[in-house]
Design a protein around this ligand. Sequence first.
Ligand code: AMP
Ligand code: ZN
Length: 461
Amino acid sequence: MSVPLILYDNYTRSLREFGPLHPAGEVGIYTCGPTVYDYQHIGNFRTFLFEDLLKRVLRWNGYRVRHVMNITDVGHLTSDADTGEDKMEKGSRRTGQTAWEIAALYTQAFLDDLDALNIERPDVLPRATGHIASQIEFIVDLERKGWTYRTGDGIYFDTSRQVDYGYLARLDKSGLEGGRRVDLGDKRSATDFALWKLSPEGSTRQMEWDSPWGKGFPGWHIECSAMAQHYLGDYFDIHCGGEDHIPVHHSNEIAQTEARVGTRLANFWMHGYFLLANDAKMAKSAGEFLRVQALVDRGYDPLAFRYLCLTGHYRSQLNFTWDALDAAATGLARMRSGFHALDAVPAEADEGLVARFTAQVNDDLNLPRALAVAWEALRGELPGPVKRATLARFDRVFGLGLEAWRPKVESVPADIDALAHERVAARKAKDWAEADRLRALLRDAGWDMEDRPDGYTLKRR
Ligand code: AMP
Ligand code: ZN
C-alpha cells in the first residue's frame, strides 16, 4: 500500500512513519493489561479498544501481529509511590474470596467483556504470578550491575544513576527530589521504585514467594519488563497503555530494561487517552464506575460503546454521557440496517473509497474520519453490492460485526410455543378438529400460526 502508516510515538513526541523492526516477521506489541482485583470499567475498555484498533490497522497494512498483554494478578499497590496495600489483597478482603479466586473470577469477566466488545484476544496473556522466576532473574541481574539498593521493606531501583530517567514523561527530576512533594520513606530519591517488596514481618500474605532477598512479591513495573522481554525480546515494535502510565509505570519499565539490556523496550510508545465520566476521571476508587454490564442492563448493545469510541480520536480524552451513547447506538443501528438493506451478491470493494479510508486510518488512526468515509460509502451512488463489499472491508478495522449482525427475531413465549407444538402433533395425527381448536386458541392469545413444509412460523397479530 502506498500511503505510509503514521503513528504518534510518545517517546519522541512526534508523528513517525511506522516500519517493522523485523520486516519478514510479526509486529511485536505489548500492552499493559488489567489488574484483576475487580471488574474493568468502560474507561479501561476505551484503552483496550484503542489497542485493538491499532492491531487491526496494522493488519490492514499487511502486517502480521504478535500481541502480548499481561494480567496483573500481584504487586500493583494502591499507591504509585510503592506504599499502600496490594490491590489483590484488598480485593480479597472486599469480596471474602482468596486473592487467587478473585484473580480467576475477574480475568474471566475481563475476557467475556473483550468478547462482547469484539476486541480480539491477545495472542499471549501471561499472568504475573506465572512468571515470578523471570522477574527474580531480572532483579538479580540489575543487582549484579549495581542498579539496586535495599531498604527495610524491599529492593529498590536507583533512578539517580540513570541520566535520562523519566525521559518518556519529560519528568523534572529536580522538582521531585528532597521528599518535599512525596513521602520518601526509606527511598533515596522520590522516583526510585520497588523491584521486590518483602512480606511484612510477622504477617503472611496470600501471594508470596521465596527470593534471594527473602519472602515477598514483585513490584508492579518489573512484571511488564520481564514478561515483555520473555515473549517479545529485548526490543520490539510497539508498547501501549493508558495515558496514566506515562509518568510512572512506563517510565519505570523503560528504566529497568534500559539498565538490563540497554534498550528502551519498544520502538514506538503509544497511549490511549482517558474516558471521562461527566468530565471527571473514571476510576474504580471514585463513584463513577461503569461496567460493560451496566450498559447491557440499560438495554444497550456493547458494540454501541465500541461505535462511540470510534467517534473520538485516541489521543483526545472522550467524555462519556448517556446522550453520547444514545447517539452512538443510533449511528450503529443505522449503519447495520443500511448495510443489511444492500444486496448480498459478490462484488469488489470500491478502490477509490478504500484508498480514502486507508489515508485516514494511516493518519495516526483517524477513526472518526474513517467512519465518515464509511457513511459516505453507504449514502453514495454506488451499486448496492459494491457498497456492501466496501463496508465489509472497512469493518475489518471497525470491528462492528456488520456482516454477522442479524435483526432480532421476536421471541415466542413458552406457552405459545407449546400450543404450536400440540397443533403440529394434531395435524400429524390428522385430527383436524383439534388442530383448528388450537389455532383458534393461539389467535385468541394474539398469535397467527402459519404452516410451512419445514415446520411453522408464529407471528404476532
Ligand atoms: P488497570 O486495571 O488499572 O491496570 O488499568 C488497565 C488499563 O486501563 C491501563 O492501560 C490504564 O491505563 C487504562 N485506564 C485506566 N483508567 C482509564 C480511563 N478512565 N480511560 C481510559 N483508560 C483507562
Ligand atoms: Zn505494564
